[in-house]
Structure formats: structure tokens, C-alpha cells
Design a protein. Structure first.
Length: 277
């Protein structure tokens, strides 16, 4: 996933107030129920169908080692994080590393019934979600940026306004979806999180170069919602142009709660998507 620069639009006083709110002491992290490592839950509970505009509310934050996060999945009660050249399992509430393995450079992760897919410039590799041992491989053209599983297909972004839907077992291309972006016509889609809304599969996509992510209907390509992530991005001290959103994972049995991290972020965040005017 290529670097993307976070755009900030705020005045000095507002920024200070927001920063103090976002950087306040974290609230306790709710216990995440254990689940078998092969359990696939591609989306949180559906948010209210009438909501179309959201903002991120920080519920908790956990210090990280500022790794180059390029994908995030919740596998059982652990977060599996792809850091480009290492894939590792960490405890959500503490960030403690439970297991890790060095892997070839790449980005994007998606948990499916077949295993944990990981993409990179050299293609896709299916890993065992517990041991991270390699399984089958598949060739993928172009440069993958983000990856998620919608319950039927792998969904891949490539830094444009298109999404590629792939077979969950072989990663073979099934169809291409052009996003009807309208006001997001220049959007370059990066990190992905598959979700369910309005009774069907949709995907949240981080928009390169902004503080936003948009939700796309995977049947029509229409943009159905947007979310302002400024509460997270202003809490991170800028360290370079590659300090960007790099991982999104759903918290099961919640309404719109996500784990979110970034490339070289100081913290991993648990957030809630709250309706905004």
C-alpha cells in the first residue's frame, strides 16, 4: 500500500480542543469474546440504515511500536496485523505480541473460511490463521493496497476508484467494480473493511490523502456513507508522509465499533462510528 498524506483542516483553537479530547486517558477496553481462529465475521452489526454521515469517536487507545501497519484482522480474540514484512498476532487491550513471523513484503489481509489471505506485489498467499504457515499462492496483477472479505468474495483496492472482487478460495478475479464516486471522483481507495449495511455487502475504504473513509455498495458501486476520522488523525504526531491509516478491523457484537491503526502510528485505536449531521 503506497504512502498517503493525511490532510488536516482545522484552526488553532479547535485543533487544541480536539487534540486534548482525543488524547485523554483511554477508557477501559471491553472484553472481546474468544472465538475459534477459523471463525469469519467480516462485519460488525449493521449500523442504522438511516445514518449516512458518521464521525469517529475514540473509545480507547493502546500504545504501539509504530510498526508499518498495512492490514488488520480480528482472529478469535487476537488482532492479526500485517506490518509489511512481518505478520503478527497482538492482544487488543495491551498490544502485547503473542506470535509473529517474517514474510515477504506485502500489504492487505483478509480472513476467509479457507484461511488468511495476504497480498503483495508478488501476488497473494493463503496463510494458516494460527501458525501463519504458507499455503497456496495466486498471481495478482498490479499493486494491491487493501483487502477484505465480504462473506462471498475477496475485495481488493489498488489505489484507484475501482474495486476488484476475487474468488475467496483461489484469489482469481471474478469482476471489477467501478465506484460511483461523484463528489469523491478523484478518490484513491486504500485500506478496506468489509461490512454489512442496508441488507447487503458493502465496504468501508480509507480515502488516500484525506481524513475520511467512504462506504461503497458492492452491488451497485454507489457511495452510501462517509466517516470523518479527524479524531484519530489529529491525535497522532506527524512523523512523515507515510504516517497514514493502514489497518481496520471490526469488533464483533457491537454496533459500528472498529479497531483502527496506521502506518507508524503511536497508538492503535478502538473507535465507534457515531452519526453526525
Amino acid at each position: 500500500m503506497k504512502p498517503l498524506r493525511i490532510t488536516r483542516f482545522r484552526c488553532t483553537v479547535a485543533a487544541a480542543l480536539l487534540a486534548l479530547t482525543a488524547c485523554s486517558a483511554p477508557q477501559p477496553v471491553a472484553h472481546l469474546a474468544s472465538a475459534p481462529a477459523t471463525t469469519v465475521s467480516p462485519a460488525p452489526a449493521a449500523v442504522r440504515a438511516t445514518s449516512r454521515h458518521f464521525r469517529a469517536q475514540v473509545l480507547a487507545r493502546v500504545p504501539t511500536d509504530r510498526a508499518d501497519a498495512r492490514g488488520l484482522e480480528l482472529v478469535g480474540d487476537l488482532l492479526v496485523e500485517n506490518t509489511g514484512q512481518v505478520i503478527r498476532a497482538v492482544a487488543p487491550s495491551t498490544g502485547e505480541i503473542q506470535a509473529q513471523r517474517t514474510v515477504p513484503p506485502g500489504s492487505g489481509t483478509a480472513l476467509t473460511p479457507a484461511g488468511l489471505w495476504r497480498t503483495g506485489a508478488g501476488g497473494a498467499v493463503l496463510l494458516d490463521p494460527k501458525s501463519f504457515v504458507d499455503g497456496r499462492r495466486a498471481a495478482i496483477e498490479g499493486e494491491p493496497w487493501g483487502l477484505c472479505y465480504d462473506g462471498t468474495h475477496l475485495v481488493q483496492s489498488d489505489g484507484t476508484t475501482r474495486l476488484l472482487l476475487r474468488d475467496r478460495d483461489t484469489a482469481a478475479l471474478v469482476r471489477e467494480l467501478r465506484v460511483d464516486a461523484r463528489e469523491w471522483s478523484t478518490a484513491r481507495l486504500g485500506e478496506l473493511h468489509c461490512a454489512t449495511a442496508d441488507g447487503g455487502p458493502q465496504v468501508w475504504a480509507a480515502v488516500t490523502g484525506t481524513d475520511w473513509m467512504i462506504r461503497v455498495d458492492l452491488a451497485s458501486g454507489a457511495v452510501t456513507a462517509d466517516a470523518d476520522l479527524t479524531a484519530i488523525t489529529i491525535a497522532e504526531v506527524p512523523t512523515g508522509s507515510d504516517q497514514v491509516i493502514g489497518g481496520i478491523a471490526a469488533v464483533p457484537n457491537t454496533s459500528g465499533e472498529l479497531w483502527l491503526t496506521g502506518r507508524h502510528y503511536h497508538h492503535r485505536y478502538r473507535i465507534g462510528l457515531r452519526p453526525r449531521p
